[in-house]
Design a protein around this ligand. Structure first.
Ligand code: OAD
Length: 257
């Protein structure tokens, strides 16, 4: 058993596990975007600060006061205009494009900020949707709106129905096709990385134990211990923007030695 601060050894072990893996899946959460300047949800300066979750992230809140909900999401959309992926995001791109090509790397994310795709990951499953997309509450039309400013009560260009952000709120089901793909990738991987998530929001958090039960080795990367730590075979504690590039460097060295 390594001491928690034995980080060089842990990185080496994690790289060895990755080197032997045929398929890898990664589950990411808000912590991956923290070093880009996107606040996490449950930190002391958490995103929900100043708002109760029930006020802004439930279908009931939207039915009751769509203006408040849209103000909240428009503010988040505006904040993202000044945000770029960080070295942690790019290390995950490196894994997919240089080590686990041909659909052998799956990136499952709870983040709605779109930064994994922006960084360049291709096989991305966005469990909680994407804040750059809108969905019409009347005709169901889905539209990519980037980060352009939207009205307080934006309307569908086709049917004039009220738009909502195309994200999953509390008490809502995850998109079935995305969930199925994420669950399949989890069941098929040899190594499951769980990165920057408190791993307390289900069903996403359930993928960690599902991976373990299917025989994968679970490697956690987080600033602190989380809901996934007791399941993980290996916990790397520290910022993902530093640890992920170090891990990929280690893997590159292992692959050439
Ligand atoms: P949380 O805010 O719950 O957890 C963020 C995690 O990231 C914590 O475990 C931190 O320790 C860790 N962390 C913070 N900075 C980090 C860094 N630089 N490097 C590595 N780890 C770091 O966010 P999520 O787990 O993503 O759902 O939250 C899950 C879901 O709950 C979200 O998708 C959202 C939220 O309510 C919906 O909106 C439906």
């Amino acid at each position: 058993m390594h001491e928690p601060n034995d980080s060089a050894l842990l990185l080496h072990d994690a790289a060895q596990l990755l080197r032997k893996a045929r398929r890898v899946a990664a589950l990411t959460g808000a912590g991956v975007s923290a070093e880009s300047g996107v606040p996490t949800f449950r930190g002391s300066d958490g995103l929900w600060e100043g708002h109760r979750i029930e006020e802004v992230a439930t279908p009931q809140a939207f039915a009751h006061c769509p203006e408040l909900v849209w103000r909240f999401y428009n503010q988040r959309r505006a904040n993202l205009r000044n945000i770029a992926p960080n070295p942690g995001h790019y290390a995950l791109v490196d894994l997919e494009s240089n080590f686990f090509q041909n659909d052998r790397f799956s990136l499952i994310t709870q983040n709605v900020d779109g930064l994994h795709r922006l960084a360049g990951n291709q096989r991305v499953f966005e469990l909680h949707g994407n804040i750059t997309r809108t969905r019409c509450t009347q005709c169901g039309r889905n539209e990519a709106r980037g980060l352009e400013p939207l009205d307080d009560l934006p309307r569908c260009r086709e049917c004039h129905g009220l738009l909502r952000p195309d994200i999953v709120w509390f008490y809502e089901a995850l998109p079935e096709d995305v969930w199925d793909q994420a669950a399949n990738a989890t069941a098929a991987c040899d190594v499951f990385l769980v990165i920057g998530t408190s791993a307390v929001v289900y069903p996403a958090a359930g993928l960690v134990s599902a991976a373990k039960e299917a025989g994968a080795t679970v490697i956690e990367i987080n600033l602190n211990r989380s809901g996934a730590s007791s399941i993980a075979d290996l916990c790397l504690l520290g910022p993902s923007g530093i640890l992920l590039p170090q891990l990929v460097n280690c893997l590159r060295t292992a692959a050439t030695s």
